[in-house]
Design a protein around this ligand. Sequence first.
Ligand code: HEM
Length: 427
Amino acid sequence: MSGVIETLSFLRDPDFARSRFERYGDVFGTTLLGQRTVFIRGERAINDLFAQGDAIEGWWPDSVRKLLGPQSLANRNGADHKARRRVVGQLFASSALKRYSPAIVELVDDLNQELLDGASPLALVPKLRRFAFSVIASTVLGLDAVDRDVLFVDFETWCQGLFSIPFALPGSPYARALQARKRLLRRLVAVLEKAQTAASAGAPLAAGGLDLLAGGLDEAGLPLGDDDVAEQLLLLLFAGYETTASSLSCLLLSLLQHPSELAWLQQELDGVSWPPAEGEAVTAYDAIRAPRLDAVLKEVMRLAPPVGGFFRRTREPIVLADVQIPAERVVQVSIVASHRHGSESEDLGVFRPQRHLLGDSTATLLPFGGGERVCLGKALAELEIRLLAVGLLKQLRLVLEPDQDLTFRVIPSPSPKDGLLVHPCLR
Ligand code: HEM
C-alpha cells in the first residue's frame, strides 16, 4: 500500500486504526511518514509484546524525542532507563504522595472557589489544565504560584512543538519550542540548585519532592548530573500535565452527560468526608473505600484514554499473536482500539461504569500502558483525579451550558472542543 495514501488517511481519519483492525485482525502493518509501522490491539498481542525483553526498545516520533532530549528516560533503554526510573520513581512512592496531598487538597479548594467566583458560563478545560500543571509544579518541583506562572508560559510553547513537524524554520512552532526548551531547562536547573542549597543548609523539608532525588545514582553508580535530572523533570511535566488534564475534563463531561450515573456516584460520595482526615488523603477515596468512583474513573479512561497509544521499536524479529514482525519496525499499541474491543455481546460503546464492579468486562484495559515502561506517575495521577472528583462533586453543582460543541479534539489528548462550558453553583 502506498505510504503517502496511508499517511494522509492516518492524519485525516480518526477511525484509521479501528477500521483496519476490523479488516485485517489484531496485528496489521503499514507505512506512515516513511516509517514501517505495525499496529496492535488486544490482550494476546500486547502481552506478547511486553514479554520481548531486549528484543524491543522505547520509541518516540522525532519531534517528541528531540524536545524531550537525549538524557530523558523516555529516550533511553536497558540499564540506563532502569536506573533513571528508579531515581525518578522515588517521587511517586506512597510516602511522597502522602507528603504532597495537603497541597493537592488546597489546590482543589482553590479551584472550587475560582469556579464560584468566575462569570458564568465558564470554560472548565483551561481551569483543569492549570490545576493539573499546578499539581506537578507544586508537588514535585515545590514551586510557589509566581514561579509556576513563569514556567507555565514556556511550557505551553514547548508543548505546542511536540506534535508539530520537526523542522526548525524560524518562527515555526517547532523552532519556538526548541527555544522554550532551553529556557525551561535553565529554570529547572535553577530550581534544583535552590532545593539542594536549602537541603544542605538544613532547611525544613520543602513542599516539593526534589530532596527525594538527592543521591540518585545512574547505571554506573554515579550521581545523576543536574542537567540529567532537569531533563527527567521536563519529562514529568510533559507526561503528567496534558494527560491528567484530559482525564479530568472527560470525567466531568461524562458525568454531566449521564445524570443517572452521576446520582449513583453522588450516593457514594455523600458517605465520605471532604477534606480527607489528616494523613489519610492517599487512601480515603481509593478503590476499597470508594469503589463506585474507581469504576467511574476506569470507564472514563476506557472510553476516552488520555494516551491513545504508545510505541516500541523491534531490534530483532519477534512474533506477536502468531504474526511475524521483522526487526526495525515501530510497533504502535492502540490503547483506544483495545479498550473498545472485546466480546461482541458486550456494550463496549456505552458509558456503563458498573461493568467494572461486576468484573464482567471483556476489553483489555491499559490506560497507563504496561511492561517495563508502564506509566511512572500513575499513583500521582490517580490520587489527584480522585481528590479533585471528590472535592469538586461534593461541594459544587455544575450545569452544562446547552449551546456548545461537546465533541472531542483528540490530539494530543481528548478534550471537549468548546472547553466544556458550565454554570457552577454551591451544592
Ligand atoms: C491520567 C493520567 C496519565 C495517563 C493516562 C498516563 C499514561 C501513560 C502511558 C500510556 C505511558 C506509556 C507507557 C508505555 O510506554 O508502556 C506513560 C508513560 C509515562 N508516564 Fe504517564 N500517564 C498519566 C499521568 C502521568 C503523570 C502524572 C506522570 C508524572 C508526573 C507521568 C509520568 C510518566 C512517565 C515518566 C512515563 C515514561 C515511562 C517510561 O518510559 O519508562 N504520567 N504514561
